[in-house]
Design a binder for this molecule. Structure first.
Ligand code: IPM
Ligand code: MG
Length: 360
């Protein structure tokens, strides 16, 4: 079996963390007897520098031709990088939005898991951290405010900006189906998050999600307003299993869900379409301040590679091995700077990658 993996190293810490994920994937391939064929794909600031745009048609074609894409991160310092003096559609993030749309990656899974070993790094109350939590945000990724019509123009002499939030029932349905499918394999609970007390799009969201729920009698469905959900995530995150929500709410809630795990450097994510294809990336950003210093935490990217083995290639055992190796390394007390605590052994990016690869 040969896995055709497109690799977007990207900007900032991207190349360093992707290098470590490839190290772990190669070790897994050797152990489990599969082959990997990597194809380099340019996206983000590095693509702007090289080709004058954040994502070329050729890059999209290469991604489409891959079974899956592993991505580091894109973007730079928005205050100082020249990329942010370009018009919005030429900036690094535009490449990311374009690839999501071009590959129809409507389902974005962002796990939020508190590792036993990292409970001390959890910013929540001690008793909340002690209980632990393990939930997934299923964020709709190709609709809503991100892709609605927008404009900035003068109306009656006043500068006016408009963004539009549109969802049709098909977009809602396919996202909901993914959420229920995932919940069925977990603790069988979906919390659908909306703002149905104000927004029409949320009222349609709620209606369609309830229809989908009828096909999953074994899965419990609850509805929660987004402001309440933001509060519940810090108050009692253990209540959640799968949180289903629209694009913008998911963007915001997933950063909050990441922060409570102690470090965004630990969290993987997957963006999926209707096929087995997926784009796998760490939840964290490009962290330009620490780029090139070999101190970034590569675990989120390594866990994203594990998700890829599981979701795209059905290599569950190989994925389990990686996840267990990560837990093992944490148990042994190895930490990158972002998750360092007293009594632990501080390691840099490439040491962390090697430690995990050795423990598969
Ligand atoms: C994310 C990021 C992106 C988003 C940005 C970089 C466009 O914040 O993946 O959550 O808003 O979707
Ligand atoms: Mg975000």
């Amino acid at each position: 079996m040969t896995l055709n993996i497109g690799v977007i190293a990207g900007d900032g810490i991207g190349p360093e963390v992707v290098r470590e994920a490839k190290k772990v994937l190669d070790a897994s391939a050797a152990k489990n007897g599969f082959e990997i064929n990597y194809t380099e794909i340019w996206m983000g600031g590095c693509s702007i520098d090289k080709f004058g745009e954040p994502l070329t048609d050729e890059a999209i074609a290469l991604a489409k031709a891959s079974d899956a894409v592993l991505m580091g991160s894109i973007g730079g310092n928005t205050a100082t990088s020249p990329w942010y003096r370009l018009p919005p559609e030429k900036r690094p993030e535009a490449g990311l939005l374009k690839i999501r749309k071009a590959l129809n990656l409507f389902a974005n899974l962002r796990p939020s898991l508190l590792y036993d070993e990292l409970k001390a790094a959890c910013p929540l109350r001690a008793e909340t951290a002690e209980k632990g939590f393990d939930f997934i945000i299923m964020r709709e990724l190709t609709g809503g405010l991100y892709f609605g019509e927008r404009s900035t123009k003068e109306v009656d002499g006043v500068m006016t900006a408009v963004d539009t939030l549109t969802y049709n029932e098909n977009e809602i349905r396919r996202a909901a189906v993914k959420a229920f499918e995932i919940a069925r394999k977990r603790r069988k609970k979906v919390t659908s998050v909306d703002k149905a007390n104000v927004l029409d799009s949320s009222r349609l969201w709620r209606k369609v999600v309830m229809e989908v729920a009828e096909d999953y009698p074994g899965v419990e469905l609850e509805h929660m307003l987004v402001d309440n959900c933001a509060m519940q995530i810090v108050k009692d995150p253990a209540q959640f299993d799968v949180v289903l929500t629209e694009n913008m709410f998911g963007d915001i809630l997933s950063d909050e869900a990441a922060e409570i795990t102690g470090s965004i450097g630990m969290l993987s994510s997957a963006s999926l379409n209707d096929t087995k294809f997926g784009l796998y990336e760490p939840s964290g950003g490009s962290a330009p301040d620490i780029a090139g210093k070999n101190i970034a935490n590569p675990i989120a990217t390594i866990l994203s590679a594990a998700m890829m083995l599981r979701f795209t290639f059905d290599l569950d055992e190989a994925a389990d091995q990686i996840e267990n190796a990560v837990k093992q390394v944490l148990k042994e007390g190895f930490r990158t700077g972002d998750i360092m605590s007293e009594g632990c052994k501080k390691v840099n990016t490439d040491e962390m990658g090697s430690l995990i690869a050795e423990r598969l």
